[in-house]
Design a protein around this ligand. Structure first.
Ligand code: FES
Length: 113
C-alpha cells in the first residue's frame, strides 16, 4: 500500500439527467502536500472530465470553491488534502451539477466552472 495515495469520495448529481445523487469513489489519489483543489483538478484532468466544481482565484479570496470536506465547510483552494476525503457541495445554494451550486442561493443564478 502506497502511503502517499488516498481515497476521495465525491458527490455527483446533475439535476437535468440524474434521478438522485450518488457518490463516486476515486482510489489511489495523490494527496500529500496538495490542496483539495489540486486534487479535484487532477481528478478532472486525468480521470473524469465530467466532474463539475468552481475554481477562480485559488488564493482564498473569491469563495467560489466553497464546499464541504469531510463534513466541514471549507474553501478547496485553501484546505490541505487528507488521505481519505468525502467532498460534497456547500450546504447553501441550489445544485447546478456535482460540487457546483448557485452562488447566492437562488436556483436561477447562472454558474461558471
Ligand atoms: S478559488 Fe477563490 S477562494 Fe478558492
Amino acid at each position: 500500500m502506497n502511503e502517499d495515495l488516498g481515497t476521495v469520495k465525491i458527490y455527483r448529481y446533475n439535476p437535468a439527467v440524474d434521478v438522485e445523487p450518488r457518490f463516486d469513489v476515486f482510489e489511489d489519489v495523490p494527496y500529500v502536500g496538495r490542496t483539495v483543489m489540486d486534487v479535484l483538478r487532477d481528478l478532472y484532468e486525468r480521470r473524469d472530465t465530467s466532474l463539475a466544481f468552481r475554481c477562480s482565484c485559488r488564493a482564498g479570496l473569491c469563495t467560489a470553491c466553497r464546499m464541504r470536506i469531510n463534513g466541514r465547510a471549507a474553501m478547496a483552494c485553501m484546505r490541505l488534502a487528507e488521505r481519505d476525503m468525502v467532498i460534497e457541495p456547500p450546504s447553501t445554494g441550489a445544485i447546478i451539477k456535482d460540487l457546483m451550486t448557485t452562488l447566492s442561493g437562488s436556483s436561477t443564478d447562472e454558474g461558471t466552472a
